[in-house]
Design a binder for this molecule. Structure first.
Ligand code: 6R9
Length: 659
């Protein structure tokens, strides 16, 4: 992309929503925070670090003497599990529910902070009995059950880094991650419930560990009770080993820069990157952002994040942020349509959920299922709605606000990454006048902007690449075992890390396209690899998708650029209709014209294919690479990270039926 042909500013959004007066009046964080952080960013973060209980208070905030390798609060010491559990019990909140667990088959369990402390303590002793020591790595491969949080906190407590791997990944995917981290222990379950039936998990681990010589034990949580193959001496039942441990466990302090976890992100090519997060800075920002962006009032709020624990959102906004803040939260094991398509709304009604955090992919699925489903439930407890994972299309944003938020709850569209560890760009619910589809403003203490190819900051109204221009507390520290790849992937495109740049400023390249609107607000436009070049114009897949979703008959759309002899790339769109909409001969023409009207004729898709599903990762991101394979008539590439591997066959058959 050249600077004079940067991402086009095609989509105009004029709607604005002021924060509710009542919320603004009592908000945890006000506009003053931006000013305070601007005056002295490091003092601001030092103050936020005081949200935590330190066994040794840090005297130093940031050590950036060896960029891009950061140290935050480097002379401080703390225990993350103590901060997430014990201190709430000591403060007299032991009877507060930490987790309302809702199993897919309908079983439920309420776990108080006092009980959580006992569970984490027993698990910490069990890990020690199994030979796990400070500095070791433990792989976690579990369904969405409370033991997943307990296992992570037990690792944190004794100073072993966890590496959580999605319960849906194959044996091969698990093996490569376990090998890369040299994990000594794998924690798994017999199985979990998904789509109404028990799904085995342990067989994948049995297969994976055959090629993982560092693994000494497999610790197995009993969830489904299904028949499970057993290797004597290696395998240990979780309930058997934990039940004989003491509920008292003294948390030992760890240095602020001690590794807390590794989480693998797939990346577009090559082997997965093990993103390393450490202790003090990570917990500071996870806790602060959860407090600020969800305006959490721990005494009265009921929070629910629908992410899986195997995704970074589950780490920062199910386990560490909310528990550090003493929140009461819902944890749900299953899928949104089991046993019926109103399951989420039923859960919100049952627990009177006040704060909901979910992904655009889920919201668009609910749009597809129809407005009448949420309308059957009492959702009046909700006061803030969050979104994460992908750009949220303006129409999906409006639908979320209207049909879930009764037309009045603020929507916080939170941009961040596995690498950033915690939220970076988001509205503040009591401050920001929100705009559908825009993440808007860097949070207090965060520096983000948009640059062109030559690393020049673009003016308001311009587009280019999202960059982060100052280090932040929860930033990744490196790629596990590969400092060089860390440098090359994130720090060598712009700024001081770029050869010959002449700049002494280190600049983090996020890999996302973005634009600044006339007010200077930020719009995220998807991964830069997904930007299309049509007849010399850069067009973002996100904007064409949003234009399609703004048509009343469309629920969801995925757009890719397919090689084209005349235009370089041609726009190909895969479209899912809303529940009530009917396909007819003119619809494709109508949709093409609609895009031309909203964005201009240049953005008119050459091909529109109606489909019933889209290929998505387990965290709900559309895998456009696979759709590009179809649009260009190639064999479909690697599908191992797909949530449902049958989707590609389905799309192929719908494509040939449409031809
Ligand atoms: C938290 C998470 C990171 C990538 C990121 C971007 C996309 C996430 C977004 C968003 C637009 C948002 N992304 N949140 N794009 N608006 N609010 O998703 O982490 O799985 O590492 O993905 O997700 O493309 O670069 P991760």
């Amino acid at each position: 992309m050249s600077s004079n042909e940067s991402l086009e500013n095609l989509l105009k959004e004029e709607r604005r929503f002021a924060p509710p007066a009542e919320l603004a009046a009592a908000a945890n964080v006000t506009a003053a925070a931006y000013q305070e952080a601007k005056e002295d960013r490091l003092a601001f973060w030092a103050e936020q670090a005081r949200r935590l209980s330190w066994s040794t208070e840090p005297t130093e905030t940031l050590d950036w003497s060896n960029p891009p390798f950061a140290k935050w609060f480097a002379d401080g010491e703390l225990n993350v599990a103590y901060n997430c559990v014990d201190r709430h019990v000591e403060a007299g909140h032991g009877d507060r529910v930490a987790i309302h667990f809702e199993g897919e088959p309908g079983d439920s369990r309420a776990i108080t902070y006092a009980q959580l402390k006992d569970e984490v303590s027993k698990a910490a002793h069990a890990l020690t009995e199994l030979g796990i020591e400070k500095g070791d790595r433990v792989a976690v491969y579990l369904p969405m059950i409370p033991e997943a949080a307990v296992a992570m906190l037990a690792c944190a407590r004794i100073g072993a880094a966890h590496s959580v791997v999605f319960g849906g990944f194959s044996a091969e995917a698990v093996a490569s991650r376990v090998q890369d981290a040299d994990a000594k222990l794998v924690i798994t379950a017999d199985g979990g419930y998904r789509r109404g039936k028990p799904t085995a998990l342990k067989p994948a681990i049995d297969e994976a560990v055959l090629s993982c010589p560092t693994v000494q034990h497999v610790l197995v949580v009993r969830r489904t009770g299904q028949e499970t193959a057993w290797t004597e001496g290696r395998d240990v039942w979780w309930d058997e080993i934990t039940s004989r441990q003491s509920t008292e466990h003294t948390p030992v302090p760890h240095n602020a820069e001690h590794p807390l976890f590794i989480l693998y992100t797939s990346g577009t090519t090559g082997k997965p990157k093990g993103i390393l997060h450490t202790t003090g800075g990570y917990l500071t920002q996870a806790s602060y952002t959860h407090h600020a962006v969800f305006d959490l009032k721990p005494e009265t709020d009921v929070y629910w994040c629908t992410a899986d624990i195997g995704w970074v959102t589950g780490h920062s906004y199910i386990v560490y942020g909310p528990l550090a803040n003493g929140a009461t939260q819902v944890m749900y094991e299953g899928t949104p349509d089991t046993p019926h398509q109103g399951r989420f709304w039923e859960i919100i009604q049952k627990y009177k959920v006040t704060l909901l955090y979910t992904a655009p992919t889920a919201i668009r699925t609910f749009m597809k299922w129809g407005d009448d489903i949420p309308a059957k439930f009492d959702l009046s407890s909700l006061r803030i709605l969050g979104s994460v994972g992908e750009p949220i299309n303006p129409e999906a944003w409006i639908w979320y606000r209207e049909h879930i938020g009764a037309g009045k709850t603020p929507i916080v569209d939170t941009w961040w990454q596995t690498e950033t560890g915690a939220m970076m760009i988001s509205p503040l619910p009591g401050v920001t006048h929100t705009k559908p589809g825009s993440a808007q403003t860097p949070l207090p203490g965060i520096s983000a902007t948009v640059v062109d190819d030559e690393a020049n900051e673009v003016p308001d109204g311009g587009g280019g690449y999202l960059v982060l221009t100052e280090p932040w507390p929860s930033m990744l520290r490196t790629i596990w075992g590969d400092d060089q790849r860390y440098l090359e992937t994130y720090w060598s495109r712009f700024g001081a890390g770029h050869e010959g740049s002449g700049s002494d400023k280190w600049t983090y390249f996020a890999g996302d396209g973005a634009k600044k609107d006339e007010d200077g607000d930020l719009w995220l436009l998807g991964r830069v690899d997904d930007v299309m070049l049509v007849s010399g114009h850069n067009i973002s897949t996100t904007e064409v998708e949003s234009a399609l979703v703004s048509h009343p008959k469309v629920a969801e759309a995925a757009v890719v650029g397919a090689t084209d002899a005349t235009t370089g790339q041609a726009i190909a769109a895969f479209v899912i209709l809303r529940g009530s909409a009917k396909d007819n001969e003119d619809l494709v023409a109508e949709l093409r014209n609609h895009v031309a009207k909203v964005l201009g004729p240049i953005a008119k898709p050459k091909l529109i294919q109606l489909v019933s599903e889209l290929p998505k990762t387990r965290s709900g991101k559309i895998m456009r690479r696979l759709l590009r394979d179809i649009a260009e008539g190639r064999a479909v590439g690697d599908t191992t990270t797909l949530a449902d591997s049958t989707v590609m066959d389905l799309i192929q058959s719908q494509r040939s039926a449409g031809d």
